[in-house]
Design a protein around this ligand. Structure first.
Ligand SMILES: [Zn+2]
Length: 420
């Protein structure tokens, strides 16, 4: 066995036994799907984006996800596109789950019916939390699901209805409060944050980068109020707010979240849908906010892909910025390894979070986590082989980035998550 292989095996087996914090999941979306159908559950993930990029039309994708049609007929629609994408992280996650959970060599016309039958039986028998336990996930932070099962889940909340959009009627209904002025609106926003925090949220999550640039300016109160009053007058008609309104409200929300002591999970980099303006999500644009909100912790999600190498400088320069590898090993397994390797040369190990599944289904979380553990083991073994630090320190780093850092930053002890 070469030095590298021996080091890799030792770190990988250490990680096998380690329970981890998963910084980002989407359970709510998954729960509402017709999820007993294997092909639908498989395609209706990030895989859909690559299949579409490879040329599969929206209509064919919809047919392939229709559980009322025979599974073989639907698989044959996918087959050429699946082959085209067989090399990407999105599809490799499904292939790994098929191999390790369903015991087949690959997803193909020979195996699709067997996997489908096994999947339906397993899915009916296994609860989400049991799935997480099998993957040794101590706690996963779920996006926008305040009703999540608190055995292994804690929620993060969003506020698009106040920031990216102005949804007065929805907020009136949710709070049962009258909203007639912009002051009422700001009060309602504050009340919503208070309710989420009281109900056990551990982070504020924002995907503002998918709608507009992360270059957040200084909207004035008067500009924000004007945009709000325009929406109020339209009485339910949807009007996109001005960017000055969004700037003002985003800062308002950050100030209030800071008072409650929660961190902010920032979606950065590429959007989770085809066809979007990628530079909008460039996390380097956030520097002014990091300097302004010094006491607020920012978690830069998804390794800022494709800005994963640049953002090492953010973790290095700002004490309130954390680098997060959620979604990363699906976006690009090699990009994730290169990013981690770069960050390990420049960023304190206490600033990195190694895993967020960003999936939904427990099979996918499992397969993604196994790839994360393989990748981190490789990056660390490489550093030890090069003499950067010893194997014991590599294991210490592995524990920090998979468990200790997210546990501390999301204050999971206070949220009742027990490590032992
Ligand atoms: Zn996500």
């Amino acid at each position: 066995m070469t030095d590298f292989n021996r080091l890799y095996e030792e770190i990988r087996s250490f990680l096998d036994d380690l329970w981890v914090v998963d910084t980002h999941e989407h359970i709510a979306a998954y729960k509402t799907q017709a999820h007993l159908d294997y092909l639908r559950t498989t395609i209706n993930t990030y895989a859909r984006m690559d299949l579409y990029s490879a040329g599969m039309s929206r209509e064919t994708l919809a047919r392939a996800m229709d559980p009322s049609l025979p599974v073989m007929e639907r698989w044959l629609l996918c087959e050429p596109y699946w082959k085209a994408c067989r090399n990407t992280g999105y599809i490799r996650m499904h292939e790994r789950a098929a191999r390790e959970i369903y015991g087949v060599a690959e997803i193909s016309r020979e195996t699709i019916e067997t996997i489908s039958a096994q999947f339906a039986a397993r899915d009916a028998a296994l609860s989400y939390c049991e799935g997480l336990e099998r993957a040794k996930i101590l706690c996963a932070i779920v996006d926008s699901d305040m009703d999540c099962d608190r055995r292994h889940l804690r929620p993060a909340f969003r506020l698009e209805e106040f920031v990216e959009r102005i949804e007065i009627e929805a907020v009136r209904k949710a709070l049962g409060a009258p909203i007639h002025t912009f002051i009422d609106w700001l009060d309602a926003c504050e009340e919503m944050i208070r309710l989420y925090c009281g109900a056990g949220a551990v982070a504020f999550k924002t995907t503002i980068a998918t709608d507009r640039s992360l270059n957040i300016g200084y909207g004035s109160y008067a500009e924000a109020e004007e945009s709000f009053v325009r929406s109020l007058r339209e009485d339910g008609e949807y009007l996109p707010p001005s960017s000055a309104y969004q700037d003002f409200m985003f800062r308002h929300v950050l100030s209030r979240v800071q008072r409650h002591g929660l961190p902010v999970q920032m979606h950065t980099g590429m959007a989770a849908s085809n066809g979007n303006v990628i530079p909008n999500g460039n996390p380097l644009q956030l520097c002014p906010l990091f300097m302004e909100y010094r006491d607020l912790n920012f978690v830069i999600m998804h390794m800022g892909y494709p800005y994963q190498l640049e953002i090492g400088s953010l973790g290095k320069m700002f004490r309130n910025v954390y680098l997060d590898l959620s979604w990363a090993y699906l976006l690009s397994p090699n990009g994730a390894k290169a990013a981690l390797s770069e960050w390990l040369d420049s960023v304190p190990a206490t600033k990195i979070m190694a895993f967020g599944g960003d999936c939904g289904h427990e099979d996918h979380v499992y397969a993604h986590l196994m790839t994360a553990k393989d990748t981190v083991s490789r990056a660390l073994a490489d550093k030890v082989e090069k003499g950067c630090f010893d194997i014991d320190h590599a294991k210490w780093i592995a524990e920090q980035i998979f468990l200790t850092n997210p546990y501390r930053v999301f204050q999971l002890e206070k949220a009742g998550v027990r490590k032992e």
